[in-house]
Design a protein around this ligand. Structure first.
Ligand SMILES: [Fe+2]
Length: 441
């Protein structure tokens, strides 16, 4: 098969002088170039808009719009088009100006054929390299964009996994101290609400939330006999208990993204007046996250039921926290806390409770639906087995009496088999609903 010769590049020759224009185009056609001609700048621009034009050779001085105007228009509209300017003898200044404005070359009029061809080949080669460079750059940019997206997704997955791990850890801790079910997560909500009210946002807000979530992580190191003791603690047991901020700090301080939360864990039992532990820090020495946490923790402790006492009202807890502003708590934190208002605080707790209920209900619903589905599948299997297949001997004969003829065996598509299918569909939709509910949270 004969190879198709490459199409010669389109060259547009622009000159108001017919003779120059015709000579150049005839010579270039003889050399195998595909030439089009224009007698002025505007006509040239019109021709360039009709078809891709890799190269324009234009005279500088033309009546009406001149070569410089054409050069600027081409650079702006068709940046991939190369332009060679033809200048009169002694007009070096204009030639330099052309190069500055983006022309690839200039030739003195009338150009020698060899010079012209050399300039054309140079310009086209330069253009090919430039186009290849642009293609490569685009490819590279697309690759970088794809990799960035992949990396961002991977980071998001890692962050999600970190968060899930922390939640699992804290849930285990809350489960160990039976009376503080969900305490850590509620405290996170109260802490974040106060922090936001104080104008804290972004990463700082996230770190404070994480510190609140992990505040009692060090209780993992407190023996059950002390942590779960129903009665009052002895001084020695208190000594054990008071180690938990330090244990928690030691546990997480070397995890880079938990460096700030570790500070909150270490300081969460400190008091504004310096009467806390383990370091007796006072005032602003205590991390702001820990100062906010202290208020949130007290609110949750006072308003939650314990096996040995009922939780008090939010109004009572708020009054007590207000009373302790300036001693146990930072006044500014208490001010922001009071700004939130009793109803909004109650709503935080109710929302969390509702969410948990929804999750539990969805889980129970899903389990029930799965059990029903399993039962229905068994029933269908039984029905299928009782249908005689082609060439099979059929079901075993039943003992019948002449008075009561045996009922016909159910067949595929009969009322007996189709009746169960809508039920199956409902079960499947419930299952799907239950699972969606889980994944949303
Ligand atoms: Fe604690």
């Amino acid at each position: 098969m004969e190879a198709i010769p490459p199409v010669p590049p389109r060259i547009l020759i622009v000159d108001d002088d017919d003779s120059v224009r015709d000579v150049i185009s005839v010579l270039l056609r003889e050399e195998g170039y595909n030439c089009v001609v224009a007698s002025g700048a505007e006509m040239a621009l019109d021709l360039a808009s009709q078809e891709e034009t890799p190269l324009v050779i234009s005279d500088m001085k033309m009546p009406g719009k001149d070569g410089l105007w054409l050069l600027e228009q081409l650079r702006e509209r068709y940046p991939d088009t190369s332009v060679i300017m033809l200048t009169g003898y002694g007009d070096t200044e204009s030639a330099v100006d052309c190069l500055r404005r983006g022309a690839v070359d200039y030739l003195l009029k009338p150009p020698k054929l060899t010079d012209l061809i050399r300039a054309i080949e140079r310009a086209l080669a330069k253009r090919r390299i430039e186009l290849a460079r642009k293609r490569y750059q685009k490819k590279l940019e697309r690759k970088v964009r794809d990799r960035t997206t992949e990396l961002r997704n991977a980071l998001r997955d890692i962050a999600h996994t970190y968060q899930s791990t922390l939640l699992a850890l804290v849930a285990a801790l809350d489960a160990r101290e039976h009376e503080t079910s969900d305490h850590s997560q509620r405290v996170v909500r109260y802490t974040s609400a106060v922090a936001e009210r104080m104008g804290i946002k972004g990463q700082e807000l996230e770190e404070i939330g994480r510190g609140a979530l992990l505040h009692d992580i060090g209780k993992i190191g407190v023996p059950d006999a002390v942590l779960l003791k129903p009665g009052k603690l002895t001084p020695e047991e208190w000594q054990e208990m008071r180690k938990h901020p330090d244990i928690g700090f030691q546990m997480i301080q070397n995890i880079p993204f938990l460096a700030t939360p570790a500070q909150i864990v270490l300081s969460h039992q400190e008091r504004w007046d310096g009467q806390g532990y383990p370091r007796n820090l006072r005032g602003q020495e205590i991390h702001i996250g820990a100062r906010i946490f202290a208020v949130a923790d007290t609110l949750d402790a006072m308003t939650s039921d314990r096996p040995y006492r009922k939780g008090t009202t939010f109004a009572n807890a708020i009054a007590e926290i207000t009373r302790c502003a300036g001693t146990q708590f930072d006044r500014e934190v208490v001010r922001a806390f009071l700004d939130i208002g009793e109803q909004a605080l109650i709503k935080i707790k109710e929302d969390m409770h509702l969410r948990k209920l929804t999750l539990v209900q969805a889980e129970a619903q899903a389990q029930e639906a799965e059990a029903t589905l399993a039962r229905l599948t068994d029933d269908l299997d039984d029905i299928d087995q009782s249908i005689p297949g082609p060439g099979s001997p059929g079901p075993a004969p039943r003992a019948t009496s002449p008075a009561a003829p045996p009922p016909p065996a159910p067949a595929v598509g009969t009322a007996a088999s189709t009746a169960s299918r809508p039920e199956q569909a409902v079960v499947l939709s419930v299952l799907a609903g239950g699972r969606q509910g889980n994944s949303r949270d």
